[in-house]
Design a protein around this ligand. Structure first.
Ligand code: GLN
Ligand code: ZN
Length: 774
């Protein structure tokens, strides 16, 4: 009979219990035992919810204290040498040291000498906003089973009377997601050393009673080299046989396309396909599936919050059942549910009209079970659920909340001129320099300044209703005035208001734009203990009133120096939200861009001469397949320009980017045609600039000279050195001086001296470049 399966459940807990427990452990407030106890409770709760919902195959080992790729590194003993680990198993402090690095004093406490150890690199998990820790490999790499976590968690569930399907990251994806620390070395060469560890784990899982193991191979949806495809064939040859449990090969986040025949031919029990992203792969899969395989259908969206169109899902499901019979079909979410919030019931203030449109993780479990029952018992058995889903859908489609004719009309009437500045960059930059009267190598920051404990308390009190709006806003104004005064004292040339009114650069705008819903408890894990609440984009976007004008113009009234107005860009607002599934992303992004265009116009009209539109998420919106990238970049660039190009030539547009390698999208970055880009560069010692030089980037650049991710205060000489390196590739007339990113997570005690050093470094260089000017 058909079974309802789940691929993974959110780990963090409804009240973010995991975050508090882990951070408590780091701070020394909790013992290891207390942390483990919280984790155990969370797992139990999550398994029980799934069991109560009627899920037949419940995952285990989908839980993680920090990250499942880090768990895999620990599992196979791939701890880099610098952590000084000798085994036999990976202890908790080594585990967290890989995630966060180790400071000198922590090492001393453990009796290890050293000057601090950098953590593993962190990067985005495919095209999600989840970040994983990147495994490091080298040619002498060895592996051994160094953790029993999958086994322990399987047995833990069994002791609760719950039979689970352990989840492990597959060996080929694990190697492909890692990086070589030796140039030119291909981690896939390590496959034969890695497979015995997987074999041992699988044998032990089987001995413990596990019938099925879910083996995640999401890299099968990427463009693969022939080498990688061979690695798949070889790996699953080795891991099949009577010794091992049945393997469920899971793929997600896209279509397998040319890798479909490969995946279907591997000797596994079942193959899982993401039919939300790629429903078109059902037909070829049904045609090519070998007779002894089961097909697991990902029909409920694990990446988004919309209630499933059960009729559409049922149509695909019935098609599969008709072709394969009930016994060879499973129904599941498209991917792990860890990318969506846990429970709609935790949103008491949700708009009652919007609520029925949504499904969070627990509601998605119910949808899976409805689909299963539909096949097992027939449509009459789930008539009520089907009706409710139909009605919600019909109401959503008919809702005036979804469609705003004025927005649509405005978009339909947009003209090509709206995405072009009038003069080319060199001419308008000259006009801007005349207007602003800035020195050579102007100094500025990225936007935010330290968010103090006092600020957080006031914001919380305002939200709770214990602080009046008037008192809160007065406090914000005082904060802005003080931030301006500090910047003047430091000697910065272009000032910012500091963003004290923003708890988050996306949420702040989403709260004020029509078409977005901001949740109270819709947390999803971003990395480790960091969770975010992505807003829900449910309808056409418009701007009922100015969003930032009041704060930025207030700041400008506090100083004679130019204040740069900071906005979050359209691509980033889109990318860090749950998006609509009823229209293309590009269309939604254009709507956001138009709303921002109005904000830009208001700022300009109020005399703000520099406006920065942040797009840190531009790179991460890139589609997984190379073929799809040009189309994405084309509309992304168009949206940025739609937001920014409405200004006069004398108004200077800045943008800011960070958190990524930009080498491969320089063309698109240049096409944004921002007058000035500030970009993360200090961490890599200005390496990025070579790419900018090779590409001959035409506009002005502020490569970050100060890594804001660390509390360290860089010296004048260090930043001067970085600027000198920058000057080798960027002409002085087009070089700006700024930190890598916003300063909101830092303390004033670090920020103040660091910025003073930065200003001194810029002044010294100016002096050398043009001794007569100063
Ligand atoms: N303006 C934002 C800030 O300074 C930019 C943040 C970001 O790039 N992520 O905080
Ligand atoms: Zn940044």
């Amino acid at each position: 009979m058909i079974q309802a399966v789940n691929l993974g459940f959110p780990r963090i807990g409804l009240g973010r219990e995991l975050k508090w427990a882990v951070e408590g452990y780091w701070a020394g407030r909790h013992t290891e035992a207390q942390l483990y106890e919280t984790a155990r409770q969370l797992r139990m709760q999550h398994w029980q919810w799934q069991q109560q919902a009627g899920i037949d195959q419940i995952p285990s080992n989908d839980f993680s204290l920090y990250d499942h790729v880090l768990d895999t590194i620990a599992l196979v003993g791939a701890v880099p040498q610098r952590f000084g680990w000798h085994g036999p198993s990976v202890d908790l402090d080594t585990y967290f040291a890989m995630a966060r690095g180790a400071q000198e004093k922590e090492l001393a406490a453990r009796g290890v000498e050293g000057t601090g150890i950098p953590p593993l690199e962190m990067t985005k998990w495919f095209d999600t906003n989840y970040h994983y820790l990147v495994p490091e490999f080298h040619p002498e790499q060895t592996f051994r089973l160094a953790s029993t976590k999958p086994l322990d968690e399987y047995l833990e569930a069994k002791a609760l009377g719950i039979e689970t399907r352990p989840v492990v990251l597959g060996p080929v994806s694990f190697l492909l997601l890692g990086k070589s620390v030796v140039p030119g070395f291909d981690p896939l060469a390590l496959l034969d050393r890695l497979l015995p560890v997987y074999a041992e784990l699988l044998r032990r899982l089987k001995a413990a009673g596990a019938q099925l193991v879910q083996i995640d191979e999401p890299c099968l949806v990427l463009d693969l080299s022939e080498n990688a495809r061979n690695a798949y064939r070889h790996a699953y040859e080795v891991l099949s046989g009577a010794d091992f449990p049945g393997l469920v090969l899971t793929t997600y986040f896209g279509a397998l396309e040319e890798n479909l025949p490969l995946a279907l031919s591997l000797p596994v029990v079942a193959v899982h396909l993401d039919l939300v992203r790629a429903p078109e792969q059902l037909q070829p899969a049904l045609a090519q599936l070998p007779p002894d395989r089961i097909l697991s259908l990902g029909l409920v969206d694990g990446r988004n919050v919309w209630r499933t169109d059960l009729d559409a899902a049922a149509a695909l499901l019935q098609q599969a059942v008709a072709a394969l019979g009930q016994d060879r079909v499973w129904v599941g979410p498209s991917c792990s549910l860890m990318h969506v919030p846990i429970d709609l019931e935790a949103e008491p203030d949700l708009d009652p009209e919007i609520r029925p449109w949504l499904a969070f993780a627990r509601q998605k479990l119910d949808e899976l079970v409805t689909l299963k029952r539909l096949v097992r018992e027939g449509p009459h058995a789930v008539r009520q659920q089907l009706e409710a889903a139909r009605q919600a859908r019909a109401e959503r489609m008919a809702s005036p909340r979804r469609i705003n004719p004025a927005v649509r009309q405005r978009l339909a009437q947009r003209t090509p001129e709206m995405t072009c500045r009038k003069l080319p960059f060199p001419e308008r930059y000259t006009l801007q320099c005349q207007r602003l009267g800035l020195p050579l190598l102007p100094t500025t920051t990225i936007g935010s300044f330290p968010q103090t404990e006092e600020l957080r308390q006031k914001r919380a009190a305002f939200r709770r209703g214990t602080l009046s709006r008037q008192a809160y806003e007065q406090f914000l104004e005082a904060t802005i005035a003080e931030t301006i005064a500090r910047q003047e004292a430091i000697g910065l040339d272009v000032l910012v208001h500091g963003e004290p009114e923003r708890s988050d650069m996306v949420e702040y705008f989403a709260e004020q734009l029509e078409g977005f819903w901001v949740t109270q408890n819709g947390w999803v894990q971003s990395y480790g203990t960091r969770c975010v609440r992505p807003p829900i984009l449910y309808g056409d976007v418009s701007r009922p009133a100015p969003m930032t004008l009041r704060w930025i113009t207030y700041a400008q009234r506090c100083t004679a120096r130019p204040v740069k107005g900071i906005l979050t860009g359209p691509i980033t607002l889109l990318q860090w939200s749950f998006v609509r599934d009823d229209q293309p992303r590009a269309e939604t992004c254009r709507q956001i861009a138009l709303a921002l265009r109005d904000e830009v116009a208001d700022l300009e009209a109020a005399g703000i001469a520099i406006i920065q539109i942040d797009e840190p998420a531009l790179r991460e919106g890139l589609p997984l397949r190379r073929r799809d990238r040009p189309a994405y970049l084309a509309w992304a660039v168009e949206c940025f320009r739609l937001a920014s190009c409405g200004v006069r030539d004398q108004t200077q547009i800045h943008t800011h980017m960070c958190y990524a390698d930009f080498e491969d999208i320089l063309e698109a970055i240049a096409a944004l045609d921002a007058d000035v880009i500030s970009i993360e560069a200090a961490r890599s010692g200005m390496q990025l600039l070579e790419a900018f030089q090779q590409f001959a980037y035409p506009n002005a650049i502020g490569p970050g000279v100060y890594d804001i991710h660390s509390p360290r205060v860089p010296s004048v000489e260090e930043m001067e050195g970085l600027l000198e390196r920058a000057l080798a590739t960027i002409p002085a007339q087009r070089l700006w001086v700024n930190p890598d990113c916003g300063l909101k997570t830092r303390r004033w005690a670090e920020v103040e001296p660091a910025l003073r050093h930065m200003v001194t470094a810029a002044r010294r260089l100016r002096q050398r470049l043009n001794p007569l000017a100063s």
